[in-house]
Write a protein that binds this ligand. Structure first.
Ligand SMILES: [Mn+2]
Length: 196
């Protein structure tokens, strides 16, 4: 089952990020970054996605939390790419629509080695707590590029940016879980081209 787990550490002068992700049984989630609301989102993602996630990320958040959020996404993307490379054929597509009170978020994923992000989110408040809500686009953009996935994220509506972001990350977790589940019919690559 080594093909269902991956880990990576990335160190720069700005941040140090370690991510361990596994789709093995009995998921456990442990997320520790310098940004409490970011911890909240990543925890919701993995918990509702039903996969194990260990994230340790520290950095120069006093300069701008941008570095830490983006770098965590880069490493998360690398880890997902590593699992996709090691695994046999995956389900490939995953989608989820999740409500949270006033908010509804949709995430659709294609694990296809064609990085592409479509992101529609019109947040009524520019922050959740002291977390800059516009960093979520940077997170998704970095994730998509490193994981090599197409990801469409549509927050259809909402009146509270915290709820909208949280619904987004729950949907992201569930979409990831489905897309990275080994294909039921392991008859080959999930493409009519025969190659991804
Ligand atoms: Mn919350």
């Amino acid at each position: 089952m080594e093909d269902r787990i991956a880990r990576k550490t990335r160190r720069t002068k700005e941040t140090e990020v370690t991510v361990i992700l596994s789709f093995l049984h009995n998921p456990t989630v442990s997320v520790a970054t310098d940004l409490p609301f970011f911890n909240h989102l990543l925890t919701a993602m993995a918990f509702h996605g039903h996969f194990s996630l260990n994230v340790h990320a520290v950095g120069d958040v006093q300069v701008d939390p941008h570095h830490l959020v983006e770098d965590t996404a880069l490493v998360l993307g690398d880890v997902l790419k590593s699992i996709a490379k090691k695994s046999g054929p995956l389900t490939r597509f995953g989608h989820s629509v999740i409500p949270m009170d006033d908010s509804l978020a949709e995430v659709v994923i294609d694990v296809c080695e064609r990085p592409f992000l479509v992101y529609n989110a019109d947040f009524p408040q520019t922050s959740a707590g002291d977390f800059d809500i516009f960093l979520l686009r940077e997170f998704l953009f970095a994730l998509v590029n490193r994981a090599g996935i197409t990801l469409h994220a549509n927050i259809r509506y909402g009146q509270n940016s915290h709820h909208m972001a949280e619904a987004l990350f729950k949907a992201l977790g569930k979409a990831i879980f489905t897309a990275y589940t080994p294909a039921e019919h392991r008859g080959g690559i999930r493409s009519t081209k025969g190659i991804l």
